[in-house]
Write a protein that binds this ligand. Structure first.
Ligand code: NAG
Ligand code: NAG
Ligand code: NAG
Ligand code: NAG
Length: 514
């Protein structure tokens, strides 16, 4: 790889790390670490929690990371022994920082009440989500550490000190490196380096790990120079030599940048947990099933193999991003943002994946789809062939503005449809998102309901899930937290991208100077 692409590679890599929290001595422990998953719930009609939990159990997934502290989601894991990370959002940091009493109340309501007996196995509290992101302009810089301290203190006062650890999930932009951006030259970002050292000190004092998010996929999105193979784990043709170490993939290079920063700050053995890592399957080129399957299966094998990275041999711990597609997420970061799931929105399989990474005595196990999924009736909304189609585009735009047309974007699974099929796709998504309500498959007479599946090629015409509210009343589930969830559980991904965009500008100007 030439100097420029090397630079681009490392810049983008190092850009997208985050800090979170790690499990007690998982790294380096003999045998396999079972990887966890991020469970986000920003969907129009999310798969019911009880079905998600059964799916987790069927797949032997024993660790879950949340983006907030939604009571219905947390309660759904009671009695399962699934290890849970609950989260305080960035918006809660100021209050948690200013008042030990607020932190104590938070811990009581969002941790303690679920613990004990046949309760929830809460092991971690994420205090904020990537609060030091450049894009936040320092907004959370003064509150994150005091919030972390208050939450940890409250956990201790409630008697959880030895069982539950708090940490601050950070983006990779807490790291920085001078050209040529080698892992061995990486430090904490100068403007927050003393803060990061204080945080590391605090994490070390409580036995909490450092958590970091990696997004090799975004490197590809942002730079056409990024060598495709280096994003995967078979990219030895694009290796980077850094002193005695040779890096054949962006994951190891990013990981060791963090190891270097921690080591040079006095924390050479601080455990690291990867908070988010994944590959989306739709919405843009490179977000497809083949790449996602290749990346995820190689990643899982790599993390569990015990090979580790050049600076951290051993089993690597982390949480896949993510469990399910979330069709109501903001697409500001890109149309792929709703397609990060290793499962579809309905818990159906996207691709085969062995989460044991071949460490299960050679027995290969593949993911299993959710069962008893509460679909709406088996019917779709499509363009009425006999209609006057001059008003088609305006109606498609309306449907897309209120539904999800990300699969129609260039490179997406529905991007090569005819104009009419494309319109049908948009109409159907809107129809499903409105719970197939009567009158929502009309579009000025352009549309009609059909029971013939319009799915063509790679483009899946979906059937929606029954609304949470309907299911709740029939199963006497507590009241749904639909809207509030959508606001609260913003994934780190979008934030990560904000940062990457600003880094891309830097990379661009660097290339110009070169
Ligand atoms: C889950 O674990 C059980 C028991 O070890 C095993 O039989 C089964 O194949 C596993 N299933 C998956 C999907 O990994
Ligand atoms: C518990 O967490 C929820 C959701 O994140 C939040 O809205 C609520 O304010 C928290 N409780 C306390 C007492 O802070
Ligand atoms: C390397 O990964 C790419 C991307 O998934 C894949 O297309 C290719 O077949 C892989 N090559 C090898 C030798 O495994
Ligand atoms: C399909 O619809 C989307 C959303 O309106 C639009 O961006 C795209 O250009 C359309 N494609 C075709 C082939 O009509």
């Amino acid at each position: 790889m030439n100097k420029i692409s090397r630079l681009v590679v490392l810049m983008l890599l190092l850009v997208c790390l985050g800090v979170l929290q790690q499990e007690e001595e998982n790294v380096g422990r003999a045998g396999a670490t079972i990887l966890g998953v991020n469970w986000g719930t920003v969907a129009f009609n999310p798969l019911p929690n009880s079905i998600v939990v059964k799916m987790l159990q069927a797949n032997n997934i024993t660790k879950v990371k949340l983006f907030d502290a939604n009571p219905q989601v947390i309660k759904s894991m009671a009695g399962t022994n699934i290890e849970v990370m609950v989260a305080a959002t960035n918006d809660e940091l100021a209050s948690l920082a200013s008042s030990p009493a607020a932190a104590a109340a938070w811990v009581q309501e969002n941790v303690t009440q679920y613990i004990g007996g046949n309760g929830v196995n809460i092991k971690w509290v994420a205090v904020g989500n990537e609060p030091f992101l450049n894009g936040y302009n320092g907004m959370f810089q003064n509150v994150a550490l005091p919030a972390l301290q208050n939450v940890q203190k409250a956990l201790a006062q409630a008697g959880h000190a030895s069982d539950i650890k708090a940490t601050i999930p950070c983006n990779a932009d807490v790291l920085s490196s001078p050209p040529p951006y080698l892992p061995s030259q990486t430090t904490f970002r100068p403007d927050i380096s003393s803060l990061m050292i204080q945080i590391s000190q605090f994490l070390a004092s409580t036995g909490a790990p450092f958590m970091v998010n990696f997004y090799p996929f975004l490197s590809l999105v942002l730079s056409t120079n990024f060598p495709l193979a280096f994003a995967f784990f078979n990219g030895s043709a694009n290796s980077i030599t850094d002193g005695p170490h040779v890096y054949t993939n962006v994951f190891d290079a990013s990981y060791d940048g963090l190891v270097t920063a921690l080591t040079n700050s006095g924390f050479p053995t601080m455990p690291i947990i990867v908070g988010e890592i994944g590959w989306p399957t739709d919405g843009v080129a490179n977000a497809n099933l083949q790449f996602a399957q290749s990346f995820m299966s190689e990643l899982v094998k790599h993390m569990l193999s015990g090979t580790g990275t050049p600076l951290r041999p051993g089993v690597l711990d982390g949480y896949l991003f993510s469990l399910l597609d979330e069709d109501a997420k903001s697409i500001l970061p890109g149309p792929f943002e709703r397609h990060w799931g290793i499962f579809n929105y309905d818990g159906s399989l996207k691709y085969t994946l062995d989460l044991t990474g071949g460490t299960n005595g050679g027995t290969s196990t593949n993911l299993i789809s959710a069962t008893n999924v509460p679909y709406l009736p088996t019917q779709w909304c499509v363009v009425n062939q006999n209609a006057d189609l001059t008003q088609l585009q305006a109606n498609v735009d309306y449907a897309c503005n209120h539904g999800d047309c990300t699969a129609s974007f260039p490179g997406g699974s529905c991007s090569t449809l005819t104009v009419q099929a494309n319109a049908s796709y948009a109409f159907n998504n809107y129809y499903q998102f409105t719970d197939q309500a009567s009158g929502t498959c009309n579009f000025q007479g352009l549309a009609k309901v059909t029971t013939t599946n319009p799915t063509t090629g790679t483009c899946q015409f979906l059937i929606g899930l029954q609304p949470t509210a309907v299911l709740s009343s029939s199963t006497s589930d507590p009241k749904p937290h639909h809207a509030s969830t959508a606001v609260a559980s913003r994934s780190a991904t979008s934030v990560c991208i904000l940062f990457v965009s600003s880094a891309a500008i830097v990379v661009g100007s660097w290339i110009l100077q070169f």
